[in-house]
Design a protein around this ligand. Sequence first.
Ligand SMILES: Nc1ncnc2c1ncn2[C@@H]1O[C@H](COP(=O)(O)OP(=O)(O)O)[C@@H](O)[C@H]1O
Ligand SMILES: [Mg+2]
Length: 363
Amino acid sequence: MSGTSLDGIDAVLARFDANGHPTILSRASVSFTPSLKEELLALNTSGHDELARAAKASNTLVDLYAQAVEQALTQASLAREEVMAIGAHGQTVRHCPQDGYTLQLNAPARLAELTGINVIADFRSRDVAAGGQGAPLVPMFHAGVFATSHTRVVLNLGGIANITILRPQAEPLGFDTGPANALMDLWCQLHTGDPYDANGLWGAGGTIDQGLLDLLLQGEPWFASPPPKSTGRDLFNQAWLEHRLKQCNIGIPDHARRAQDVQATLRSLTAQTIANAIRTYAHDAREVFVCGGGVRNEALMADLRDLLGYAVEPTDKLGIGTQDVEALAFAWLAWAHQQRMAVSRPAVTGARGNRILGACWPA
Ligand SMILES: Nc1ncnc2c1ncn2[C@@H]1O[C@H](COP(=O)(O)OP(=O)(O)O)[C@@H](O)[C@H]1O
Ligand SMILES: [Mg+2]
């Protein structure tokens, strides 16, 4: 799995029982090089010779996927012949389901060639072809591993935030709520040179700019639009932020203190949009379990607890590490593909019907 944060790859090697219940055997992470990160970010918008550049970046990406696979195999002392499949999401560079497409850079044939293992990839396109958002794909997995006897919310804090609402004896619901780390990372990189605000400390030194926060919240109709919905860097990008900062007469770069205030405000935007979505669509929830790198932003976690007024805890408490949940979800999606299980749900993605997701590149 490599998500919109563009930080790198998280992999897990897992065994699934007949009901799809997982046991994690090993895990691996491989960071993107700064040049790959820069190129993948650049490929999120139109540019010179982008077809050839996308193909080359896909190959580079998959070489790193293969490294992650080798690390996970070595750690678990498992032979490749024992592995049924690799689930490889690819790197999203466009997500425009409203226009009938979503695009993940990937090179599954190359990954099969490099690893000698079946590769299942291209998980989103079938759902989009059926009129759906193609996202989020994880709610059925969350239901399988996290559902319980009361209403529970699972929140993923990657580049974008998505929630799953789990109720007993009901189909899961789920949708994106807006940016999680994407805008905070971008702003932090611009002003400090660091790829993210470690533990949220830099932003915690700033003061929320209420005028800017109101503008960010109310000036974007996407936030109040009802699910099914999904989003990405197509909407929440530097141009989106700069346009709004300009309306508040905040330039880039600005003096240091002001930059920290903007960071605090972006953190609050993330927290508010998540809390609003949970209060609106999961009013009966009394606990939220959180995964993804944003868990480590302590100020963001504190904001969420303040806004919701109940337990907001890392998924470690339910037995799956915060960095493993998304990777495990794509392993599970590969397992589900092999079972010919339809895991996209109209209630989540808005597609015409349940669909089997992914395609297989045999070893
Ligand atoms: N120590 C930390 N403090 C604050 N934020 C962190 C920390 N470690 C990771 N993150 C955030 O988590 C992001 C990566 O999260 P991840 O779950 O991998 O997202 P994605 O699925 O989009 O790649 C980083 O870009 C950063 O914003
Ligand atoms: Mg990541």
